[in-house]
Design a protein around this ligand. Structure first.
Ligand code: URA
Length: 228
């Protein structure tokens, strides 16, 4: 017999079959292996391949490359930012600049997780010129790709970093100061909005509130909550 785990992708497949009304399967291990659907990583790779040459909005004109996302495709927790900056655009990896270092500290020193335990991505996948906030039409054009990423990963929790991420996921115009610190929902996934790390670089006094928000996430995840 073969063990069925999320890692080998079979569980996801069975859930899809069950949703179609099939609750019993008799199948040899070999046939099962041959008919195995793609793992989450493969599905993400396919999505990346389908958008890596995207020209659906003006952001394609200034980008070096699409910054798709990074981390564990089976993550329970996903961080969603706004859009790549100059460092991310150069390296093709989200959150590797100054704000990224702060996010990494929040994950590693604060939450005591590894960056590779979580998945990190953005609302828009191409760098807005001068690191400006993505325009509403740019976010609207790109967010279906974010939503597909989230449907593939199906995390239990999302931390929405800043207003564009919270507004995309929660379909609200409410200010981040009002949204943060409270649980919301995106397609059955719990969402905790909080301030963006770039905001924290400009307003270090807001770190305390972000830490409180992350502690709520840790508590919900069953992680030990100690001081930073
Ligand atoms: N800010 C973001 O929102 N995303 C990044 O990837 C980097 C900085």
């Amino acid at each position: 017999m073969m063990e069925i785990t999320y890692q080998n992708g079979i569980c996801l497949y069975l859930e899809q079959l069950r949703a179609l009304g099939i609750d019993r399967l008799y199948i040899s291990e070999e046939t099962l292996r041959q008919s195995l659907p793609a793992s989450r990583q493969e599905l993400l790779d396919r999505l990346y391949e389908s958008i890596k040459d995207c020209r659906l909005c003006r952001l394609c004109e200034g980008r070096t490359q699409v910054v798709f996302g990074a981390g564990n495709p089976d993550a329970e927790l996903v961080f969603v930012g706004e859009g790549p900056g100059a460092d991310e655009d150069a390296q093709g990896i989200p959150f590797v600049g100054r704000a990224g270092k702060l996010l990494t500290d929040m994950i590693q020193k604060g939450m005591r997780l590894k960056r590779g335990d979580v998945y990190i991505c953005n609302v828009v996948k191409c760098r807005p010129p001068g690191n400006r906030t993505p325009l509403l039409d740019e976010a609207a054009t790109c967010e279906p790709f974010l939503f597909q990423q989230l449907e593939i990963i199906r995390p239990k929790y999302i931390v929405a970093l800043g207003k564009p991420a919270a507004q995309s996921l929660l379909r609200t115009q409410a200010p981040i100061s009002r949204l943060r610190g409270h649980w919301h929902e995106f397609r059955g996934i719990k969402v905790m909005p909080t301030y963006h790390p770039a905001y924290l670089l400009r307003n270090p006094e807001a770190k305390r509130e972000v830490w409180e928000d992350l502690q709520k996430v840790m508590k919900e995840m069953g992680l030990p909550v100690k001081g930073p």
